[in-house]
Write a new protein. Structure first.
Length: 114
């Protein structure tokens, strides 16, 4: 049975970066997936930035997208009001748009995080 999960930048970067503390766990979980890993544009932007100086990091991230392992399935305009509500609710924590998008999407799907 295919299972779809939401992944944030922590899991993606850990799976691609061998020196990451959670590398083995993240890589093993992504390899075991039979379904899709959903993410959003903000997470991908963060991943490309974090992997910028990692040898072949951006290319390996691109390959995950090309092979369909990672899929973007969240459009902020469709959820804008709810995301803004979440930002207001958690006003005492630093705003982090990828996290708010993940919170919104997680109401529909399981979340895989490191």
């Amino acid at each position: 049975m295919e299972k779809t999960v939401i992944v944030d930048s922590g899991v993606i970067v850990a799976a691609l970066l061998q020196r990451d503390l959670h590398h083995a766990w993240a890589k093993a979980n992504l390899e075991r997936m039979t379904g899709s890993c959903l993410t959003c544009e903000a997470v991908l932007s963060e991943c490309f930035y974090l992997l910028e100086k990692v040898f072949d990091g951006r290319e390996r991230l691109s390959a995950l997208l090309e092979r369909g392992v990672l899929r973007v399935d969240f459009a902020l305009p469709n959820h804008l009001l709810h995301v803004l509500q979440l930002l207001r609710r958690y006003h005492d924590t630093p705003p982090h748009l990828p996290t708010e998008r993940a919170r919104r999407a997680a109401r529909r799907l399981p979340l895989l995080c490191a």
